[in-house]
Design a protein around this ligand. Structure first.
Ligand SMILES: Nc1ncnc2c1ncn2[C@@H]1O[C@H](COP(=O)(O)OP(=O)(O)O)[C@@H](O)[C@H]1O
Ligand SMILES: [Mg+2]
Length: 230
């Protein structure tokens, strides 16, 4: 579905990602790595919020290296940023409605599905997003992405700052989204052990380079710790 070849990108003259290549099929593709290793930069580049310095990105067979971010959204790509991923001054229902601006199915149908996945959101439709707890806010951010009826979601550190119980619930729902709806997920995380429980494949970044790329089930703990310089 997604094919990344010899990708380089960064901020202005500062190159952060060096020669990254991988393919994402219909799977949970984890991007792990220590703080500052380039996970967020990768997801922003894939979402076309950062320009590609060199290399290419193909989506469903089309070269999208120069495609605008909004155009990708229309082609089934959803992005959930690490921070500021909901509109705090809008209600839960309004945030979800914004997600439904693209796609074809009725908003009602999509809302029902999101509420089925995250019943807690259904109880808080009128509440301002800015007043939700951290975990509820992440559920809303994922719910809004799902309202776009995406084929793939780029999800940046959804577990950051959440209590272990919320992380368990959120990861279970993420796995469920992949299994029951066939949505591919690129999941950037620092929480490596938890991520390995649901990931099919794992890319570990280290200082902006590919440290390893493997099936999750073949990854041993020592290899992982090496990448984190532990
Ligand atoms: N807006 C920016 N301008 C310049 N450098 C940045 C910017 N954002 C991140 N970086 C740098 O890019 C590198 C990777 O950061 P990031 O992609 O956020 O890593 P991660 O998400 O893995 O923690 C870091 O060295 C960071 O300092
Ligand atoms: Mg990050």
């Amino acid at each position: 579905m997604l094919e990344v070849k010899n990708l380089h990108s960064g901020y202005g003259d500062v190159e952060v990602l060096h020669d990254i290549s991988f393919i994402v099929e219909n799977e949970i593709f984890a991007v792990l790595g220590a703080n500052g290793s380039g996970k967020t930069t990768l997801l922003k580049t894939l979402s076309k919020l950062l320009p590609v310095s060199s290399g290419s990105i193909a989506w469903m067979g089309d070269d999208v290296t120069q495609t605008a971010a909004f155009d990708l959204t229309g082609r089934g790509v959803a992005y959930v940023p690490q921070e500021h991923n909901v509109f705090p001054d809008l209600s839960v229902a309004e945030n979800l409605s914004l997600g439904a601006l693209v796609g074809e199915r009725s908003k009602k149908e999509r809302l029902e599905e999101v509420f089925e996945l995250f019943p807690r959101l259904a109880e808080r439709t009128g509440q301002l997003a800015g007043s939700l707890s951290g975990g509820e806010g992440q559920m809303l951010a994922v719910g809004r992405a799902l309202m776009q009826d995406p084929k793939i979601i780029f999800l940046d550190e959804p577990s950051a700052g959440l209590s272990p119980m919320f992380v368990d619930i959120l990861f279970e729902r993420i796995a469920n989204t992949r299994t029951n709806r066939g949505v591919a997920i690129v999941l950037a995380e620092q929480n490596a052990l938890k991520t390995l429980e649901i990931a099919d494949r794992v890319l570990v970044l280290s200082l902006g380079e590919m440290h390893l790329l493997k099936d999750a089930k073949n990854l041993d703990r020592n290899e992982l710790m090496e990448a984190y310089h532990i």
